[in-house]
Design a protein around this ligand. Structure first.
Ligand SMILES: NC(=O)c1ccc[n+]([C@@H]2O[C@H](COP(=O)([O-])OP(=O)(O)OC[C@H]3O[C@@H](n4cnc5c(N)ncnc54)[C@H](OP(=O)(O)O)[C@@H]3O)[C@@H](O)[C@H]2O)c1
Length: 386
C-alpha cells in the first residue's frame, strides 16, 4: 500500500490538550502523521498517479489546528490531506483520452462545482470522501488534472508551487479587476494601485496586476519574500513597521503610507486573504471606488465595517473561493510568463512533510514550501529539477 499522510480527530484533540488550546504552541507536525492508503479501484474516467512533488498548503494547517472548523471531525474523524500535487500518469481508465501514461500533470482542487462552475467544496478538505495527495500514489478523476507546462521556464519545484495558489489568485484577480472596471472604465484610468498582504496567493495576485502594467504593492512581514517580489517590480512594504495592525495607530500609519505612495489616491484593488487586523488596514488604505477581494480568513472568519462609509466611498467587498475548472486549466498558460513563485530555500523530503507544515505555521519560511515525494523522477521532470 502506498504511504500517505493523514490527520485524525484524536491526534488534534491530543495536541490541543497538550498545549491547553494555545495555538501558538501547537505543533502541527505531531498531528499530520505518516500512514498508509488503500487506493480505490480505477474507474473508466480515472487516472492512476505517482506523486512527484507537492506544495504545503495553508488549509492543511487549518485542518490540523481545527482553528476555523474542525473539518477532520466533520468528515468522520480522519482525512487524507493535500490538495495540490504534481504527478506522473501511471495508467488511465478506458474512457480517458486527455492523458496517457508517462505524462506529467498537476491537480486542481475544485471539489464540486455549482451550476456556474464555482466550487461549492474543496477536494481533500470539505468534499465528502475526497482523498488528498500528500501520498506516494493516487487515483483521481481525469477532470481533476491539468497537463503540467514543463517548458514554461519554471523549475519543477516552482511548477509544484502553483496548482492551488495560482488558480485562487487568477480568480481573485479576474473578479477584483472586473468589478473595478464596472465602476472605473479603462479610458478614464489605465493604471491602478493594487495592494495585497503577505502569502503565496497574494504574491501571485500581484504578479497578475504587475503583468498588466499596474502599480503593485506587497505588504508583508517577511524581508526575503519582499526582496523576491521587488525583483519583479512589485514594491515591498514592511508590515512589521505597522506592528501587524495590532492597534489603531498601526492602521492609521499604514493608511497614511499608502496614500503617500499613491499621490493621495489609495488602493483601487486590495487582496486580503487574512482578515483579522489586516482587514481594517486594507479597508482604510482603499481609495474611492475601491474593491476588496478575499478568498481567505486565515486570522478571522468575521469582519465588521462601517457600511455607510463604504457606500459613500463606493467601496465593494467581494468574496471568492477557489477557481472554476476552466479557470484552473486556463491559468496554467501563465506559469513562467506571469507566475514566478518564490520557493522556500529548502525542498523538503517526503518524510519531512510534517516539519514543513509546522514551519509554515511558525511563519519562518522564505517562500512557498515544496515537498519532494520521490527521488525517482522521470526524465522529463528530472531535467528541470535543480
Ligand atoms: N478559498 C480558497 O480557495 C483559498 C485558496 C488558497 C488559500 N486560501 C486561504 O488563504 C489564506 C492564505 O493562503 P496562502 O496560500 O496565501 O498562505 P501562505 O502562502 O501560507 O501565506 C500565509 C501568510 O500569512 C501571513 N501571516 C502569518 N501570520 C500573520 C499575522 N499574524 N498577521 C498578518 N499576516 C500573517 C504571512 O505573511 P508575511 O509574514 O509575509 O507578512 C504568510 O506569508 C489561508 O488561510 C488559506 O487557507 C483559501
Amino acid at each position: 500500500m502506498p504511504r500517505a499522510y493523514s490527520i485524525t480527530a484524536e491526534a488534534i484533540a491530543e495536541e490541543r490538550q497538550r498545549v491547553g488550546d494555545d495555538l501558538t504552541k501547537f505543533d502541527v507536525s505531531r498531528v499530520i502523521r505518516l500512514d498508509q492508503l488503500e487506493l480505490r479501484e480505477m474507474g473508466a474516467s480515472d487516472v492512476h498517479l505517482r506523486i512527484l512533488a507537492v506544495s504545503a498548503e495553508h488549509n492543511v494547517n487549518h485542518a490540523a489546528l481545527a482553528d476555523t472548523v474542525n473539518i477532520t471531525e466533520v468528515r468522520g474523524g480522519k482525512i487524507y490531506p493535500g490538495n495540490s500535487a504534481l504527478g506522473e500518469v501511471l495508467g488511465v481508465g478506458s474512457q480517458v483520452t486527455r492523458f496517457k501514461p508517462g505524462e506529467i500533470v498537476v491537480t486542481h482542487c475544485n471539489g464540486e462545482p455549482d451550476s456556474y462552475g464555482y466550487p461549492t467544496r474543496i477536494w481533500a478538505y470539505d468534499q465528502p470522501e475526497s482523498i488528498g495527495w500528500y501520498g506516494e500514489e493516487a487515483v483521481v478523476g481525469d477532470w481533476q488534472l491539468v497537463p503540467a507546462p514543463l517548458d514554461c521556464g519554471l523549475s519543477l519545484w516552482e511548477i509544484a508551487a502553483l496548482p492551488l495558489r495560482a488558480p485562487t489568485a487568477y480568480h481573485l484577480w479576474r473578479r477584483g479587476h472586473g468589478i473595478l472596471r464596472l465602476k472605473i472604465p479603462r479610458e478614464k484610468l489605465a493604471r491602478l494601485n493594487v495592494l495585497a498582504f503577505g502569502g503565496g496567493v497574494s504574491e501571485l495576485f500581484l504578479m497578475l496586476a504587475r503583468a498588466e502594467g499596474h502599480r503593485a504593492l506587497f505588504c508583508s512581514g517577511n524581508p526575503a519574500r519582499r526582496d523576491a517580489l521587488e525583483k519583479l517590480g512589485i514594491e515591498g512594504i514592511d508590515q512589521k513597521a505597522f506592528n501587524r495592525f495590532q492597534d489603531r495607530e498601526g492602521v492609521r500609519a499604514f493608511s497614511k503610507e499608502i496614500k503617500q505612495r499613491t499621490g493621495g489616491v489609495g488602493a483601487h484593488i486590495v487582496c486580503d486573504m487574512m482578515r483579522g487586523p489586516v482587514f481594517a488596514a486594507g479597508l482604510t488604505a482603499m481609495g474611492r471606488e475601491g474593491v476588496n477581494v478575499s478568498a481567505g480568513w486565515q486570522l478571522d472568519k468575521r469582519i465588521s465595517y462601517d457600511s455607510a462609509g463604504a457606500s459613500v466611498k463606493q467601496i465593494t467587498l467581494d468574496h471568492t473561493h477557489f477557481d472554476t475548472i476552466d479557470g484552473s486549466n486556463a491559468c496554467t498558460a501563465l506559469y513562467g510568463s506571469v507566475f514566478k513563485p518564490t520557493i522556500h530555500k529548502e525542498v523538503y523530503a517526503f518524510e519531512d512533510l510534517p516539519r514543513a507544515m509546522h514551519e509554515m505555521h511558525q511563519n519562518t519560511q522564505t517562500g512557498i514550501p515544496i515537498i519532494r515525494v520521490t527521488d525517482k523522477l522521470p526524465e522529463a521532470a528530472r531535467a528541470i529539477a535543480p
